[in-house]
Write a protein that binds this ligand. Structure first.
Ligand SMILES: *Cc1c(COP(=O)(O)O)cnc(C)c1O
Length: 220
């Protein structure tokens, strides 16, 4: 498995999509390591990748502890149950992408000993199975969190595109995310785009993409 080659390919695809959007646009790549071992993460780090994402607290813990000697930037992506908040806080993730409600924000606020950077997850695909605030409630929830949770530093939003081959449906979801993002006060991060749809996401203004399979899995 040639990670260096995968990484090079992904970086050039991001670069192409970024330039098509705007020469001034910057996109950060989060390597989603949920399919990868600690050894594979270390190999990708040796190729120059520094930001990694996990969606389960126990994996984040195991891998970040195993790789504690490397200056990695860990992103927490998965939905967080309230009984895992303390564990998550102990791991001090660089950015929590999956803050999905005011209630969760307030629980974190009550327990956190430090300021935590986070993104509000918005359910733009309106799929029942996905968590996140509804698009029409986003601005209100975003402001409520800013007002009532001083220990949470909201930096923007995270969305997961709809699970479909229908490009138009994906575009509609990403357009709606971009419209919401543009209305939020002081939001700088639009975390949107995965292996199957990151180029579309960038064409709608994503500036952080979360890519797993395309980096770590062998093509079928
Ligand atoms: C797994 C996951 C990703 C990466 O998905 P791929 O299809 O493997 O690129 C991105 N974001 C979240 C929240 C995930 O759980």
């Amino acid at each position: 498995m040639d990670f260096a080659k995968n990484l090079d390919q992904i970086i050039s695809r991001i670069e192409k999509a970024r330039l098509a959007y705007s020469r001034h646009h910057i996109v950060q790549l989060i390597a989603v390591s949920k399919y990868a071992s600690a050894k594979q993460i270390a190999d990708l780090y040796a190729c120059g990748q520094r930001a990694f994402g996990e969606n389960k607290i126990q994996d984040l813990q195991a891998k970040s502890e195993h790789l504690a000697d490397l200056p990695l930037e860990w992103h927490m992506l998965g939905s967080l149950q309230s009984n895992k908040i303390n564990k998550m806080l102990a791991l001090k993730p660089f950015l929590l992408h999956s803050l999905h409600s005011l209630a969760l924000a307030q629980e974190i606020q009550a327990r956190s000993p430090y300021k935590l950077k986070a993104l509000l997850q918005v359910n733009v695909s309106l799929e029942e199975s996905k968590s996140g605030v509804r698009p029409e409630r986003t601005l209100e929830t975003y402001q409520q969190i800013k007002q009532t949770c001083p220990l949470i530093e909201l930096q923007g939003i995270m969305v997961i595109g709809p699970q479909t081959e229908d490009t138009r449906q994906i575009e509609r979801a990403f357009q709606s995310a971009k419209d919401i993002f543009d209305k939020l006060p002081q939001a700088s991060i639009l975390s949107m785009g995965m292996s199957g749809d990151f180029e579309i996401a960038i064409s709608y203004g994503a500036n952080m993409v979360r890519i797993g399979q395309a980096l770590f899995k062998e093509p079928n």
